[in-house]
Each structure stands twice: as structure tokens, then as C-alpha cells.
Design a binder for this molecule. Structure first.
Ligand code: HAM
Length: 410
């Protein structure tokens, strides 16, 4: 049986890789302009990091992590960044950005992979709505430049006491309507993982009449929620309030949001990204001092369905064809000269292939010119150059120089 790329994973090459890299530089530029510094954390982390932060009963931790002894392939980037800041005892505030691979053992479909990449930011040690506003504004500007069609959906997850009372009222509602719940939701209800039922697409209709989280906010939380909405409106950042948006990760507390695709290119996996305030996370990870924090992560693959970066100006490609193995040194010298001029140069070292096949090979690899160098050419100080697109071939004296010759050939 042939060996294939693992399920839900992809090779990246050609135009796909170019778009992937272009998105990386666009994200880096945009984050650096906002004073974020890059962070790279390990691909593997201790399993307990995600059990404590993302939550034991979340889908991610309960069924989607690839495990290797007591380590896991990281399913997300927020907990590792907080782990790093706490471990190194870094002073806050800190503003980090990343562009990195993550792993979730999900059933693959369009826009859902087992290895996927996220562009993300994390702001640690900032407790004013400044972080919320700055982040949404940055995303709006970033997507604006890329002509991405999207909308923000927003909600607010209250602190422990208010959340408990909301969950009790939700539990009563779901028990009263148990007959209408999906099998998955029934399991979640039995496990006491009540909030996760709100995420469930299968239970969308029932969820529309469920008790609403925003009615359970404390006075202080309501004030903060209203202030954020007011500031967003002032800055012309439009949003839709989605009271069922509770995010699938347990560390959130406060303002949460998702960026939803509006180009209709994504099907059911239409969340371009998501994030929110996670003031709980540092204490979940046993920090002595709580660190307030806010962040965002967006899916690279999902964005690239909508975005195509312009092609780069093509560099001239020259392939040397040599029939004499003894002339390798001359070839390497000429190659260096052309590369200094910014050309892409390669040498066909397959001395037995014959000219016709060599030309074909260079043409397939998008070379513009072939430079032929045999014993006769070396002895008499000239080259043969062929324009592979037009088929025109000329013989030029070495003294005239290769670069000038290529210019004449056009
Ligand atoms: P998340 O909502 O789990 O949040 O993921 C963020 C984004 O990553 C999703 O909206 C989606 O675009 C992309 N994504 C997630 N899973 C997959 C997948 N299997 N295949 C392709 N794309 C996927 C987080 O991960 C949080 N750490 C975000 C955050 C940062 N919150 C605060 N700071």
C-alpha cells in the first residue's frame, strides 16, 4: 500500500506555500506595527497544561489531543504563552504574536484539519477595555487590507458566581426539554458540561429559546460590557451580539468574540477566528498573582480560501547544460556571477541525458534560458544560449558577458 500524507494534514508547496508565507509576513507586519513581539513555544507541551486551562470536559481535551507519553501536540496557543510568561516570571504587560501549527484530532472536512495553522496575538497584563478595542480594530484593519468579508460576533462570559447561577438555570431548561436534545447534548448534560451544549450546532433551534447569559452579568460586568460596545461603535467597528457564543475553551471570562466568514466560501466551518478575555487562565495555572489577559487566534487555512496574494515579479531563471564533467569548476564560476546579478541559476549535471531531454526538463521547471557549455565552447571561449520560450538560439563570445547576451535575446 502506498504511503500517504496523514489524515487531515497537508503538504505545502507551490502557490499554496507562497500564499501561506505571504500571510505570515502580512500578520507579522501588522502585529509589529502594534508593538507585538514574536513568540515561538514548543510543539509539545505537558498534557496537564491543557487539562487545566482549556478544560477537562472540552471537546479539545476530552477527544482531540494527540498524546505521546505525558506530552501532547499542542491544540492551541494561548495556554502555552501564559505558561511561558509564568515560568520565566516575565514582567507584564507583554504583547506577543505568533504564526504557528496546532493539532486537533478532529474529523477532517473543508476548513477543518488535524494540523492547522493560526495567526494569533496575546496581550498579558492589560485589564482595561483597551485590549478588546485594540485587538478588534487591528483585525478589522488587517482583514480590510486583504479584502476579507467577515462579521464580528460578540458576547460576555461572567465570573464564577454569576456563571454558576447561569449554568444552573440552563441545566433546568435543558432537563425540561431533554426530549429535544441531541444525543451529544444529552451526554454533555449528564456530565454537567452545560455550557458546551450552547456551542452545539445540532441543538441550535432549542438554544434559541434558552436562558441568555447576558441577563446573568453582575452590575460591574454589565458596565464593562456596555462600555466595550460603546467604544466599538465609536470606532465604527460593527458587531452582532450572539448570546450563544461561549467559545469551546474554559479559560475565557469577560468579553468574547468570533470572526465569522461572510464570503460563503467556508461552508459549516465558518469561524475565521476567535478570542476573548481570559483573566482566569493565570490562576488556573497556579500563578500567585492573577494576570489579566486578552487574545485572538485565526485559522490560516480558512482565511486562505478567501485571500490570494499577488504573484511576485518573476526572476529570470537560467539553466546551464554541460556535456563535460571536467568543466564543473567553470560552470560554478559562471553561476556565481549570474546569481550576484539576482538571477536564479541551476546546473543540469546529468551528463548522459542529451540536449533535447535537458531542454525539456528546463522548460518544465519554468526556466527562461538554457546556456550550453561543451568542450568546443570552452576551448573557443563562447557559449550557446537558447531562449526556451521562443526557441531562438545564439552563439556569443565569452568576452561579451552572459548578462548582456541574455538581454539581447529578450
Ligand atoms: P479556537 O476558536 O479554538 O481558539 O481557534 C481559533 C481559530 O482557529 C478558529 O476560529 C479556526 O479558524 C481555527 N481552527 C481551529 N481548529 C481548526 C481546525 N481543526 N482546522 C482548521 N482551523 C482550525 C483558540 O485556539 C484560542 N487559543 C484563540 C485565542 C487566542 N483566544 C485567546 N487568545
Amino acid at each position: 500500500m502506498k504511503i500517504k500524507v496523514p489524515t487531515g494534514m497537508r503538504d505545502l508547496l507551490g502557490d499554496d506555500l507562497k500564499n501561506f508565507r505571504d500571510l505570515e509576513s502580512a500578520w507579522k507586519n501588522s502585529a509589529e506595527q502594534e508593538n507585538f513581539s514574536e513568540i515561538i513555544t514548543p510543539i509539545l507541551e505537558e498534557k496537564s497544561l491543557f487539562v487545566r486551562s482549556v478544560g477537562e470536559f472540552s471537546d479539545i481535551v476530552s477527544k482531540e489531543m494527540f498524546e505521546c507519553e505525558d506530552l501532547v501536540l499542542r491544540p492551541e496557543g494561548t495556554a502555552p504563552v501564559m505558561r511561558c510568561v509564568l515560568e520565566k516570571n516575565l514582567p507584564v504587560p507583554q504583547k506577543f504574536f505568533y504564526y504557528a501549527p496546532f493539532f486537533r484530532k478532529e474529523r477532517p472536512q473543508k476548513g477543518r484539519f488535524r494540523q492547522f495553522y493560526q495567526y494569533g496575538i496575546e496581550i498579558l497584563g492589560e485589564n482595561s477595555p483597551q485590549a478588546e478595542i485594540e485587538t478588534l480594530k487591528m483585525i478589522q484593519t488587517f482583514y480590510g487590507k486583504l479584502n476579507v468579508k467577515f462579521r464580528f460576533e460578540v458576547n460576555y462570559i461572567p465570573a464564577e458566581a454569576e456563571l454558576k447561577s447561569y449554568e444552573s438555570s440552563l441545566a433546568i431548561f435543558y432537563k425540561d426539554n431533554e426530549g429535544q436534545l441531541s444525543t451529544n447534548a444529552k451526554e454533555k448534560l449528564a456530565k454537567g458540561s452545560i455550557l458546551r451544549i450552547l456551542d452545539s450546532k445540532e441543538d441550535k433551534t432549542l438554544n434559541e429559546s434558552a436562558p441568555q447569559i447576558l441577563n446573568f452579568l453582575s452590575e460591574k460586568e454589565k458596565e464593562e460590557w456596555n462600555l466595550i460596545l460603546k467604544l466599538l461603535t465609536t470606532l465604527n467597528i460593527s458587531f452582532k451580539i450572539n448570546p450563544a457564543l461561549v467559545r469551546g475553551l474554559d479559560y475565557y471570562q469577560g468579553f468574547v468574540f468570533e470572526v465569522v466568514d461572510e464570503s460563503n466560501t467556508l461552508g459549516s466551518q465558518n469561524a475565521l477566528g476567535g478570542g476573548g478575555r481570559y483573566n482566569k487562565l493565570s490562576t488556573q495555572l497556579e500563578s500567585k498573582e492573577p494576570i489579566s489577559a486578552f487574545g485572538f487566534g485565526g485559522g490560516v487555512e480558512r482565511l486562505l480560501y478567501q485571500v490570494d496574494f499577488p504573484a511576485e515579479a518573476k526572476k529570470t531563471k537560467v539553466g546551464f547544460i554541460c556535456t563535460e564533467s571536467s568543466e564543473v569548476e567553470t560552470l560554478c564560476r559562471l553561476k556565481d556571477k549570474l546569481q550576484v546579478e539576482g538571477l536564479i541559476v541551476d546546473i543540469c549535471f546529468d551528463f548522459n541525458l542529451g540536449f533535447k531531454k535537458m531542454f525539456k526538463r528546463l522548460d518544465r521547471m519554468n526556466f527562461d534560458y538554457a546556456v550550453i557549455i561543451g568542450k568546443n565552447e570552452i576551448d573557443n571561449n563562447f557559449y550557446k544560449i537558447k531562449n526556451l520560450a521562443t526557441g531562438v538560439e545564439v552563439t556569443i563570445l565569452e568576452a561579451y558577458g552572459l548578462i548582456s547576451s541574455l538581454k539581447i535575446l529578450g
